[in-house]
Design a protein around this ligand. Structure first.
Ligand code: PLP
Length: 370
C-alpha cells in the first residue's frame, strides 16, 4: 500500500502503535474513580495535559479534551455559546472545512448574520475587506482555517488575530491541518479558540482538543458528569487521550525540512512528466500538501485507478445525493467545475519515501499512457 492521503487521516504514529501493542489492555479504568486504578490514570492525564499544553504553547487550564475538531467547532459556534458571548455575526470564508460551513448554514437559518471574506485564486483572504467588516457591526466571531486541508494554503493567523483584537471581536482557528506541520505557539497567535484533531497526526480517531483563552466563558455543548471541569462531560477516554499525547510528541519531532524537500520532489516530477499544475503554488503552504490540476483529466478516474493498485490519494470531492460534487475549495478559488474535476490532492507524512513517490508517478505514467 502507498498511502498519500494523510490529510484525511493518518496511520498510528510509532509511539501510539507501541501503546496499543503493549499498554492499552491495562488502561481500561475510569479516571474519575476514587480507587487506585482510576486515580493513577487521572494523575497521568494531569501530566499529559501539562506536556500537551507546553508543546502547544498555552496553559493546561485552557485545554479541553473532546472528540475532535467537529465537536470543537460546534461548541465554539453553538447558539448558547454565541449568545453568552453576545455574538450576533460570524465572519468566515468559503474555503473552510464542511465542519464550519455546515454549522454556518445552521446558524444562518437560526437568525445569525454570516459574512464571508473574499479570496483570490491562490486562496489568500482579502484582509482589507476583513478590516472593513470588523470596523462596523456588533460583537462578532471570526472563524478561519490555519491551513487549508485541500490546498495546504496557510492563513496569516497572527496578523489576522491582531486586526480582530484591535476591533475587540473573537477569533476561532480551525488548526487541524496545522498540527505537526507548522511550528507555532498558541500564546503567540493570540486567538480566543483553537480546534485540533489528533488523528491527522497518528492518534486514535475521535480525540481532539479545544483551546479556549477565557475558559470560564466557555458554554459547554454537553451537560453531564462534570468531567473536564464541566466543559466536556462524559466518561474520560484515557486511551484516546494517551494516543493524542503520544502522537503529538512524535509529531513535534517531525523533520519539516525533509517534508518540504519531498514536496518539491513530488511537485517537480508531476509537472515535468504530466504538466500538472500545483494549485496555490505561489503562496505559503504546509509542507505535506500538494493539490494538482491535470488538464483534461478526471481526477476521480485517476483516484479509482490508483486505488486498484493500492495507492491512495484524494479528490476533495464530496458525495451528495449519490453523485460526486467537485471540491468546494477549488470552486471557491474561482475555478469552474471542469477545472475542479481535474484536481487531485496528495498529502504526505514523514513516513513517505521517495520510492513511494516514484511508484505513484510510475502508475500515473501507465494511466496517462505516457
Ligand atoms: N477541520 C479540518 C481542516 C479538517 O481537515 C477536519 C477533518 O477532516 C476537520 C476540521 C474535522 O475533524 P474531525 O473529523 O476530526 O472532527
Amino acid at each position: 500500500m502507498i498511502y498519500l492521503d494523510y490529510n484525511a487521516t493518518s496511520p498510528y504514529s510509532p509511539s501510539v502503535e507501541a501503546f496499543i501493542k503493549n499498554e492499552m489492555i491495562n488502561s481500561w479504568a475510569n479516571p474519575s474513580s476514587e480507587y487506585s486504578e482510576g486515580l493513577a490514570l487521572a494523575n497521568e492525564i494531569k501530566l499529559m495535559r501539562s506536556e500537551i499544553a507546553e508543546i502547544l504553547g498555552c496553559s493546561s487550564k485552557n485545554i479541553v479534551f473532546n472528540s475532535g475538531a467537529t465537536e470543537s467547532i460546534n461548541t465554539v459556534l453553538s447558539i448558547p455559546h454565541l449568545n453568552s458571548l453576545g455574538v450576533k455575526r460570524i465572519i468566515s470564508s468559503p474555503l473552510e472545512h464542511p465542519a464550519t460551513l455546515d454549522r454556518l448554514k445552521f446558524l444562518e437559518k437560526n437568525g445569525f448574520e454570516i459574512q464571508m471574506i473574499a479570496n483570490d485564486q491562490n486562496g489568500m483572504l482579502d484582509l482589507a475587506q476583513l478590516g472593513v467588516l470588523l470596523s462596523s457591526g456588533g460583537k462578532s466571531i471570526v472563524s478561519l482555517l490555519f491551513a487549508n486541508n485541500e490546498t495546504g494554503v496557510i492563513h496569516p493567523v497572527k496578523k489576522i488575530s491582531e486586526v480582530i483584537k484591535k476591533h475587540q471581536h473573537y477569533f476561532h482557528i480551525d488548526a487541524v491541518q496545522a498540527l505537526g506541520k507548522l511550528k507555532f505557539k498558541i500564546e503567540e497567535i493570540g486567538a480566543d479558540f483553537m480546534s485540533f484533531s489528533g488523528h491527522k497526526i497518528g492518534s486514535f480517531k475521535g480525540i481532539g482538543i479545544l483551546f479556549a483563552e477565557n475558559i470560564k466563558e466557555l458554554t459547554p455543548l454537553l451537560h453531564g458528569g462534570g468531567q473536564e471541569r464541566g466543559y466536556r462531560p462524559g466518561t474520560i477516554n484515557y486511551p484516546a487521550i494517551r494516543s493524542f499525547y503520544l502522537a503529538l510528541k512524535d509529531a513535534s519531532k517531525w523533520d519539516l525540512v525533509s517534508l518540504a524537500e519531498m514536496q518539491k520532489y513530488l511537485e517537480e516530477k508531476l509537472h515535468l512528466e504530466f504538466k500538472a499544475q500545483v494549485n496555490c503554488s505561489s503562496v505559503p503552504r504546509i509542507v505535506n500538501t500538494s493539490n494538482f490540476y491535470f488538464e483534461g483529466k478526471n481526477s476521480r478516474e485517476i483516484l479509482m485507478n490508483l486505488s486498484r493498485d493500492n495507492i491512495f490519494v484524494s479528490t476533495g470531492s464530496a458525495c451528495s445525493s449519490g453523485s460526486f460534487e467537485p471540491s468546494h475549495v477549488i470552486k471557491a478559488l474561482g475555478r469552474d467545475k471542469n477545472f475542479a474535476n481535474g484536481c487531485l490532492r496528495v498529502s504526505t507524512s514523514p513516513n513517505t519515501t521517495k520510492g513511494e513517490i516514484d511508484a505513484f508517478v510510475a502508475k500515473l505514467r501507465i494511466f496517462f499512457g505516457s
